[in-house]
Design a protein around this ligand. Structure first.
Ligand SMILES: Cc1ncc(C[n+]2csc(CCOP(=O)(O)OP(=O)(O)O)c2C)c(N)n1
Ligand SMILES: [Mg+2]
Length: 352
């Protein structure tokens, strides 16, 4: 079967907008846009702080991927599980992470959720269903699948778990094992692939040979969707519907979004290897700018409102940074360095 036909079959198997009103509406779009803006501006701030030598460890940002990421966070609700990756600042905020939690982690504040002791993107609040990242390369898929199985054993109902993966991460064993387990157990897992064309500097031509990663859905017997990751409206609609299909018992959902990483792998990387033609093509468009244009054209927001949202986001960021900078770092003399996690060693417990 040609890739084109296969995609059509997969999409026919997976009705989108006709099933439920999970897609586009004015309020949801405006809210999603504000999270994207806050994500973009806060990550720009972290990148500047990193260049000024104020941040320990790496800074990895989601520039160009905010539309996809925010659609995941905003489509989930309390009781669901979200395991974000390194490009998911927008999704984290939309799922409920406070900007202060994020900023405290970057600035090594002892009052942050990881008590200033873990990598900047390795933060979470597991008790709230928001998992701390183990690895960007697939480890979260079996982790979420296992958590969903545990919820089922406990008799919980109506829950969904979502996690993300990059194009490079789809080549790992963990991707296969996690998705296969979820398919066999028909778990409500939403797996969102951000095909941003590079895994560090490795292009997708050295990563897989299928025309579109969504073809993998058929191999696992799960529903799959292929979409334009630069379009906020499309992301909200497709991700929203996939979450609802998973919630109503249709098993794992594989979403493959095509977009481009609009920067380096991390702030230490100048991304000189990114193909100029790709940058100039449709996949290289900036989802935030496209969403802003869409808002204005549809009259879902005014220029004055956009300016106000931007100013409000900048104020929040300045406040969070000022607060986190005043706070203490971890103190090796006060900390209990036992390697095994115990209840009192997680989620912001302080050892004073
Ligand atoms: C086992 C292992 N090898 C290498 C790395 C370093 N590493 C982290 S992310 C990454 C590339 C991931 O590429 P992709 O899955 O396409 O995601 P993207 O960075 O594009 O979002 C690499 C090589 C790692 N974290 N773990
Ligand atoms: Mg990639």
């Amino acid at each position: 079967m040609s890739p084109h036909k296969l995609r059509a079959v997969l999409q026919a198997l997976s009705p989108t907008s006709s099933t439920k009103d999970t897609g586009l509406n004015r309020e949801k779009f405006r809210q999603a846009f504000r999270w994207m803006l806050l994500a973009r501006l806060s990550e720009e701030k972290y990148a500047n702080l990193y260049r000024a030598g104020k941040i320990q460890g790496g800074v990895f940002i989601g520039k160009g991927q905010e539309a996809l990421s925010v659609s995941v966070g905003i489509s989930l609700r309390k009781g669901d599980i979200f395991a974000p990756l390194i490009r998911d600042q927008a999704g984290r905020l939309a799922f409920g992470e406070s900007l202060l939690d994020a900023t405290r982690t970057y600035l090594g504040s002892r009052l942050g959720p990881m008590r200033g002791r873990d990598g900047n993107v390795h933060r979470g609040r597991p008790r709230e269903g928001y998992f701390a990242m183990i690895s960007h390369l697939g480890a979260m898929i079996p982790t979420v699948a296992g958590a969903l199985l545990a919820k089922r054993f406990k008799g919980e109902k109506d829950f969904v778990g979502a996690t993300c993966i990059g194009d490079g991460g789809t080549s790992t064993g963990a991707f296969h094992e996690g998705l296969n387990l979820a398919a066999v157990e028909k778990l409500p897992l939403v797996l969102v692939v951000a095909n941003n064309h590079y895994a560090y500097s490795t292009p997708t031509s050295r990563q897989f040979v299928c025309a579109d990663l969504v073809e993998k859905a058929a191999g696992y017997g799960v529903e799959g969707y292929s979409l334009d990751g630069t379009s906020l409206s499309e992301c909200l609609e497709v991700v929203g519907n996939a979450v609802e299909r998973a919630r109503s018992g249709n098993g794992p959902q594989l979403i493959v979004a095509t977009l481009l990483r609009l920067g380096g792998h991390g702030e230490h990387d100048d991304a000189h290897y990114i193909d100029e033609k790709l940058k100039q093509s449709e996949v290289g468009r900036d989802c935030l700018k496209l969403a802003e244009k869409f808002l204005l054209e549809k009259n879902w927001g005014t220029k004055a409102e956009l300016d106000e949202w931007r100013a409000d986001a900048l104020r929040q960021i300045e406040d969070a940074v000022a607060t986190a900078q005043r706070e203490p770092h971890p103190d090796p003399n006060l900390d209990d360095w036992r390697p095994l996690a115990t209840q009192h060693l997680s989620e912001g417990h302080h050892c004073e």
